[in-house]
Design a protein. Structure first.
Length: 198
């Protein structure tokens, strides 16, 4: 029994390392394919992908009314990401940072942490506060994938706050939906024309 547990642990560790290697490689290829920087892919695709286990455990704990596990998981994973993951990666090779990363994404991270601190002062997170976090996150993703990619000049935290409070994301989302619908209609017409010709 002991040997089986050791074998499963080692096997799982090997698969985890190999999976992480493939995940990083695939993410870099996606970044090149869509003309997006690897940093933005890290902020979106990689961060979402690596957060799925945390989401699953937090959802399970939420259904079981284990609020302590939910909050502990969130705070613990953030402490581990900053204290363990960044430090270990920096020990192996220099991790480069730049002013833009600090003045946009670093400030957004601090703003989210400050907002979380404000929300838990009454020892609970309400549905409205949860919706605020979700909205902030999805608007941030839209901001990264739409505004940051399209603009050649540097975009900072104040630009994100303007984007958020001026509800620019509603117009961007509407444009994305309309473009998608028009694209599908155009594609359908092309297929129908081909069928007629045949």
């Amino acid at each position: 029994m002991y040997l089986i547990n050791v074998f499963m642990f080692v096997g799982g560790l090997i698969l985890l390392v190999k999976g992480a290697d493939l995940f990083v490689m695939s993410s870099s290829l996606i970044a090149k394919r869509f003309g997006v920087s690897e940093f933005i892919i890290g902020l979106t695709l990689v961060s979402i992908g690596t957060s799925v286990p945390e989401l699953a455990s937090s959802l399970t704990a939420s259904f079981e009314q284990a609020s302590g596990i939910v909050i502990g998981n969130i705070l613990g994973s953030n402490i581990a990401n900053i204290g363990l993951i960044v430090s270990t990666a920096a020990l192996l090779s220099n991790v480069r940072t730049d002013e833009l990363m600090l003045r946009r994404d670093g400030y957004i991270m601090l703003f989210s942490a400050f907002l979380f601190f404000l929300f838990v002062l009454d020892f609970r997170i309400s549905r409205i506060e949860a919706f605020t976090f979700l909205l902030l996150y999805f608007v941030y993703l839209l901001f990264l994938l739409d505004k940051v990619k399209k603009h050649e000049e540097d975009i900072y935290f104040k630009d994100f706050m303007n984007y958020f409070f001026k509800f620019e994301y509603i117009f961007d989302l509407k444009a994305i939906i309309e473009t998608g619908v028009k694209g599908r209609i155009k594609e359908k017409k092309i297929k129908e024309n081909w069928k007629k010709r045949l």
